[in-house]
Design a protein around this ligand. Structure first.
Ligand code: GLC
Ligand code: CA
Length: 552
């Protein structure tokens, strides 16, 4: 949207679309770009400011599309470049921006560069675009080091001629060599390619991994793990200083456009390192996953918010808040778990798969707390990143048969981690009908199986119910737009350790009772107008347990 407000991103509500699971226009069971275009009216009614589109590029789907064959094209199963242009035009016409996911740390093993590398000899220019190293041992059959991939197993894959290539993720995701000028330039071309097509911003996948130091001798896995949290920019694989230089080049490209293109870093780094990625001279914003990992409680939420406001102050960036995305157990389910298992996505997945007793899940409590946490988040200063389906209060799907699973996390960690498919099941649009309305009329196809209980979370079931989670999100996003002012927050005393309250400029006041039982409203809040509540029982004098209210 040319000439538009250059600060639009600072407090935007950004809705993540996982394209293969959002809406399927042609009935093959895979969500597609036309499907998204057909649902733009839904996004308008929901009231989001931007869409973040997870990878839609040609891919063998070894990792849900984060294994990219060609950075400047559309997966034919999802549509064409023309379909992409139509989607952007439809979103822009509705006043919604478009952020696309970019995956610079690794390509897929089907990318033309990687094929060329395999066909070329050791030491060739083609191999230098990736991270090939000689094997160890008398016949070079041992990997260069004992490093493990993020999805389990060795991070090195042999190619049959004594060399191995590095893959921090799946074997089908060879890491690119960011010390190579051609690699850097090609990504600048890609950034311009999508920016020229009208894309407003980028979500940068594993932004903290691009720069690497593979100087010999390579240190052991145990040494690297011990060092991981040092946060001093000297780890050979993660969060290195040279990233600043890479992203400064990206920034120069973003600034060629009006308004400048934006970016948000996915960087799982120590909180104090986040500002490097979020600097105006770098990507501009970085995800803060602290709320996503925090236990549901007044103390932990307050600590996370206060620390992040402090870290962001004076950096030129704005805050980012996240409770769910395509990599973690949905928050309605995390909060339904026993408290010791609820604070971390991986712990929750292991719990669900292994020792966890499903009878210990309390879905009603999970939903109640999810709604309270979401309403708390939506009132914070900064950007809110929402994941498709959370506006329906959708829980994680635990009951996916092994034969239907797709996530490499599941395959590389047999019996330990069930993987991320449970939050990627196609959305239910209608309570009845094939695939719950995911596809066109008459289609029953869905690339991951949907459980029967999806019916009660369908858009159609929730749309006209004023008490539904969808109605709460719509009301919240609408109010948020109108109430939002300066990026400031002032804590207000509540006299209760379970109750948090803060005020935004203009008198917008938020009270969350994290405790299980009703708490009296602080005296200063009694008699105020209740704008919105996450639960039904709000009297003028108290807040129900695990409930957020917005007051004025
Ligand atoms: C990011 C993505 C995740 C993907 C990984 C490798 O963490 O969010 O889905 O598996 O990067 O690209
Ligand atoms: Ca389709």
């Amino acid at each position: 949207m040319p000439g538009a407000d250059r600060d639009w991103w600072r407090q935007a509500a950004v809705y993540q679309v996982y394209p293969r699971s959002f809406a399927d226009a042609n009935g093959d069971g895979i969500g597609d770009l036309r499907g998204i275009t057909s649902r733009v009216p839904y996004l308008v009614e929901l009231g989001v400011d931007a869409v973040w589109l997870s990878p839609f590029y040609p891919s063998a789907l070894a990792d849900g599309g984060y294994d990219v064959d060609d950075y400047r094209d559309v997966d034919p199963r999802l549509g064409t470049l023309d379909d992409f242009d139509e989607l952007v035009a439809a979103l822009h016409a509705a006043g919604i921006r478009m952020i696309v996911d970019i995956v610079p740390n690794h390509s897929s093993d089907r990318h033309e560069w990687f094929r060329e590398a395999l066909a070329s000899p050791r030491g060739s220019a083609a191999r230098d675009r990736y991270l090939f190293r000689d094997g160890e041992g008398p016949d070079a059959s041992e990997p260069p080091s004992d490093w493990t991939s993020m999805f389990g197993g060795s991070a090195w894959e042999p190619v049959g001629d004594g060399q191995f290539y590095l893959h921090l993720f799946a074997r089908e995701q060879p890491d690119l060599n960011w010390g190579n000028r051609e690699v850097r330039d090609d990504f600048l071309t890609t950034l311009r390619f999508w920016s020229d097509r009208g894309v407003d911003g980028f979500r940068v996948d594993v932004a903290h991994a691009l720069a690497k130091d593979l100087t010999y001798p390579l240190r052991s896995h145990a040494e690297l793990e011990a060092d991981k949290l040092a946060g001093d920019g000297a780890h050979p694989l993660w969060d290195r200083e040279e990233l600043d230089e890479i992203y400064a080049e990206w920034r120069a490209v973003f600034d060629e456009y009006d308004p400048p293109r934006t970016a948000v870093a996915e960087a799982w780094v120590e909180p104090h390192r986040r500002a490097r990625y979020a600097a105006p001279t770098s990507l501009g914003q970085a995800f803060n996953f602290d709320l996503l990992r925090a236990a549901f409680g007044a103390e932990s939420f307050r600590e996370v918010v206060a620390r992040n406001l402090e870290l962001t102050r004076g950096t030129g960036s704005s805050n980012t808040w996240v409770l769910s995305n395509h990599d973690v157990v949905r928050h309605a389910t995390r909060y339904a778990l026993p408290d010791d298992a609820s604070d971390d996505g991986a712990v929750a997945r292991e719990w669900l798969l292994a020792g966890g007793d499903p009878a210990a899940l309390d879905p009603e409590r999970g939903l109640r707390r999810a709604r309270a946490a979401s309403l708390f988040l939506l009132a914070l200063p900064g950007s809110a990143y929402l994941y498709q389906g959370e506006e329906l209060g959708l829980p994680e799907v635990a009951e996916i048969p092994d034969a239907d699973r797709q996530d490499p996390t599941f395959f590389r960690n047999a019996g330990v981690d069930v993987g991320r498919d449970g939050c990627r099941v196609p959305l239910p649009w209608t309570a009845s009908g094939g695939a719950f309305g995911f596809g066109p009329d008459g289609s029953t196809a869905s690339h991951l199986p949907q459980p029967d209980w999806f019916a009660s979370f369908a858009v159609g079931a929730e749309s006209d119910d004023p008490g539904s989670t969808l109605s709460m999100y719509r009301a919240a996003l609408d109010l948020r737009r109108r109430l939002q002012g300066a990026e400031e927050l002032e804590w207000v005393d509540t006299g209760s350790p379970d109750v948090l309250a803060f005020r935004r400029p203009g008198g917008w006041t938020v009270v969350t009772n994290f405790g299980p039982s009703p708490a009296p409203l602080p005296a200063w809040a009694v008699g105020r107008e209740v704008l919105l509540a996450s639960g039904p029982s709000v009297s003028l004098a108290e807040v129900a347990g695990e409930t957020t209210v917005w007051l004025r």
